[in-house]
Ligand binder design. Sequence first.
Ligand code: SF4
Length: 326
Amino acid sequence: MSKKLLSIRDLSVDYNTEISRVYAVNGLSFDLDYGETLGLVGETGAGKTTACLSIMGLLPEGIGEVVEGSITLDGEDILRVPDSRLRELRGRTVSMIFQDPMSSLNPVLTVGDQILEVLQEHNKGKKKEELEKTVDNMMELVGIPANRKNEYPHEFSGGMKQRIVIAIALACEPKLILADEPTTALDVTIQAQMLGLIHELQQRLNTAMILVTHDLGVVAQTCEKVAVMYAGQCVEYGSVEAIFDSQTLHPYTRGLFNAIPKLDEDAQRLETIEGMIPDPSVKIEGCRFAQRCKFATQRCGQAPGMVRVAPDHMIRCHLFDKRTEG
Ligand code: SF4
C-alpha cells in the first residue's frame, strides 16, 4: 500500500456566528497520494473551501472550529501540532492558490519581494543573493521575465498576477497545493492557459494537488481522483475513470453531468437541478440531497452511508446500499 500524503477522516467543521451555528463540513473523508491530483467538485456552499482552509490551519479564528475528525499531512496530525509547526508546514509542505489574485497579492510590495518573502521565511540560513536567484527562476518558470520582478502587482494583467500567485505558492516546492478555483476570477480566454500551467508545473515538481472547481470538464482534464461534495458532505468519491465512465452515479452527480452542454445534441434548454442547497445552519438527520432528489423515498429520512459500487468508486445513497458498505 502506498504511503498517503494526506488523509482526512470524518472531518466536521462548524462556523459559530452571533446569529447561528453553521455546519459547513460534515464527516468528510478522503485520501491523496504523493503527486496525485484530486478534484473537489460541488456548488457554492458545499464546503470545498472550508475543507481547504482546515488543511491550511487557516479557519477564521474564533469563528471556524474543527469539531471532529483528523487531518494527517505527510505523517503529521496537523490539528494537533502547535501553531509554530503549522507556520513551518504552510509554504514548505502545503500552500494554497486562492481564487482572486487581486486580493492575494500585497499592492505595496514588488512581486519579486513577495516571492522572496516566502523563501526567506522557510530558508532562514540562506543568503538573500542566493534566494534572489530562486525568485528569478520562479518568475521564468511561470512565464514572466525575471527583469519584471521589481514591478508592483498593478502593473500586471489579471492572468499575470495569477502567475505570480502560483510562483509564490510553488516557491518552496510544497508537497501539496490547494488550488481554490484558481481560474474563476480570470478572463475565460486565459483560464485554459492557466490550468495548463498549473498542471505542467505540478507534474514537473511532482506536487500533489487538490483542485477546487465546479467544472467537471476541468476535472476530467487535470485530475486522477474526484470527490463530489454536497452540503458539507462527500456524496461520491473515486477515480476519474470510474466516475466519468460509469452509469452508476449519485443522483446529484448525475444532475451535474446532465447540466453540461453537449455538442452532439440540439437542446433548447440545459437541464438543471431543481431547488437549492439546504440551509447550512439547520441540522439534517436524513439524506442532505432529499429535498431535490427525484428518487427520494421514506428511507431517505435516514442518513445514507458511503457504499462501494466498484473497487475505486463510492457513493453515499440508499439506492446502492444493497452493495458492500465501504
Ligand atoms: Fe436521493 Fe435517497 Fe439517494 Fe439521497 S439517499 S440521493 S434522497 S435516493
